[in-house]
Design a protein around this ligand. Structure first.
Ligand SMILES: NC(=O)c1ccc[n+]([C@@H]2O[C@H](COP(=O)([O-])OP(=O)(O)OC[C@H]3O[C@@H](n4cnc5c(N)ncnc54)[C@H](OP(=O)(O)O)[C@@H]3O)[C@@H](O)[C@H]2O)c1
Length: 214
């Protein structure tokens, strides 16, 4: 299974790629720049101690990946996805994006006409199967390499695609995937990230999510 990242050179892409590479998956780090992609891939491969990881321009990552993880900033999504739509047709797309805003330093969620970042991605990629996941995992914590021991809430409209993404998330040691429901539940799950950022500031930590009773 080849996992390709679109915008994989930032903290969230690198953190997730590192953890999935350690789990033995083949990874492509996509970027607008082949050089930045190669540099990031080299850094992640060295950190993970693996060789099954390479860089590529986003369009090649989109073509070659079997599951595609979107890790561009939400503001960049609407311009980034349409040129990749043909290459992403029929594929599972994992939306990690959060439409964060800061009002007087306080984190919140921007109003998105489609409802959420994940639903916007689905509207832009009508031929793909978008699943929301990984929103509540701290990039710093992923990259730091310690125990994670938390849940990943997964939302999607197609059970098969959602189950594949839940299985992917559980490849990461210390992660349990929890079915969050239909793609529209991404509105709630993305919002939890704003909540966690506030908690992180107050408690000076990198908080995560654990659902009890499941
Ligand atoms: N950081 C976290 O802890 C965290 C946690 C949960 C979810 N997320 C979500 O994960 C996503 C990535 O977060 P991040 O902190 O890694 O973001 P980031 O560093 O701001 O951006 C990630 C990558 O996206 C590409 N990019 C930036 N601006 C772009 C533009 N205008 N057009 C196209 N590509 C652009 C860049 O890659 P190239 O320049 O190489 O193309 C960049 O390295 C976000 O949607 C965020 O909401 C982040």
């Amino acid at each position: 299974m080849i996992i390709a990242f679109i915008g994989g050179t930032g903290p969230e892409g690198k953190g997730l790629a590192y953890r999935l590479a350690v789990a033995g998956l083949e990874i492509i780090i996509g970027s607008r720049s082949a050089e930045r992609a190669a540099d990031a891939a080299k850094e992640i491969a060295e950190r993970a101690g693996v060789s099954n990881l390479r860089g590529a321009e986003n369009i090649d990552a989109a073509r070659e990946g079997e599951i595609i993880v979107l890790t561009v900033p939400f503001d960049a999504q609407a311009a980034t996805l349409p040129p990749l739509a043909d290459a992403l047709n029929n594929k599972i797309i994992v939306s990690t994006g959060v439409p964060l805003v800061f009002d007087g330093g306080k984190p919140g969620i921007a109003s998105v006409p489609e409802g959420s970042a994940a639903e916007q991605a689905q509207a832009l990629l009508a031929g793909s199967r978008v699943v929301g996941a990984f929103h509540n995992l701290s990039a710093n914590k992923l990259w730091a390499g310690g125990a994670l021991d938390q849940d990943v809430l997964v939302a999607g409209n197609e059970d098969e695609a959602k189950n594949d993404v839940m299985a992917l998330a559980e490849q990461i040691e210390g992660i349990r995937a929890v079915d969050g429901g239909a793609l529209a539940a991404s509105r709630l799950i993305e919002g939890i990230t704003a909540l966690l950022i506030g908690i992180n500031k107050r408690y000076k930590t990198a908080a995560g999510v654990r659902i009890v009773g499941v």
